[in-house]
Design a protein around this ligand. Structure first.
Ligand code: MN3
Length: 211
């Protein structure tokens, strides 16, 4: 997808992730917040025809090479566009408890166990000060890395490919959880689509996978 970017479909109903993520939050988050990032990304790119053929991923990977006058807007709104598209994609009602296959093996090899990984991911997301995201990413050599970013900063801007992300802006959880971010993060695991995360892992790790 390239300019003009369009708000991606959710792929499930607003209330499909209840009780873990409530319908009203999903309506506002997708229909207002994500739509807003999409519109502002398009507005930033409108007068820059030479960039209209590029995907959001490519624009974010090339952030330091973009014209200075739109770099901030693409960082914020391109990041917001791409981060949320990933987020909806890796959520599903009735997700499985844990990954299988190559991703499961890589998580065990990197973090020691799936349980240890969950603790690290959840701790990273809980500890992200202010608004931001918690991520599991593939690095440039196919390895796994877990870290947070502030605001809408995308891991793509620093050479990482995000495969699992959790939005920790208050707009993502405040209606149901208020200030109880750890409860939201604990509930998040119930709606992760591990098949999609695994697909993203295998696509990103690509040639580095030997198994
Ligand atoms: Mn959000």
């Amino acid at each position: 997808m390239a300019y003009p970017f369009q708000l991606p479909e959710l792929g499930y109903a607003h209330d499909a992730l209840e009780p873990h993520i409530d319908a009203r939050t999903m309506e506002i988050h997708h229909g207002k917040h994500h739509a807003g990032y999409t519109a502002k990304l398009n507005a930033a790119l409108e007068g820059h025809g030479s960039l209209h053929g590029f995907s959001a991923e490519k624009l974010l990977r090339a952030i330091h090479s973009l014209p200075a006058e739109i770099r901030g807007a693409v960082r914020d709104n391109g990041g917001g566009f791409h981060n949320h598209a990933l987020f909806w994609d890796i959520l599903t009602p009735g997700g499985s408890d844990a990954p299988t296959g190559k991703l499961a093996a890589a998580i065990d090899a990197t973090f020691g166990s799936f349980g240890t990984f969950k603790e690290k991911f959840q701790g990273t997301a809980a500890g992200q000060f202010g608004s931001g995201w918690g991520w599991l990413c593939v690095d440039a050599m196919g390895g796994l890395s877990c870290f947070g970013t502030a605001n809408q900063d995308s891991p793509l801007m620093t050479g990482f490919t995000p495969i699992l992300g959790v939005d920790v802006w208050e707009h993502a959880y405040y209606l149901s959880y208020q200030n109880r971010r750890p409860e939201y993060l604990a509930a998040f695991w119930n709606v992760v689509n591990w098949d999609r995360v695994a697909s993203r892992y295998e696509a990103a790790a690509g040639g580095w996978l030997t198994a």
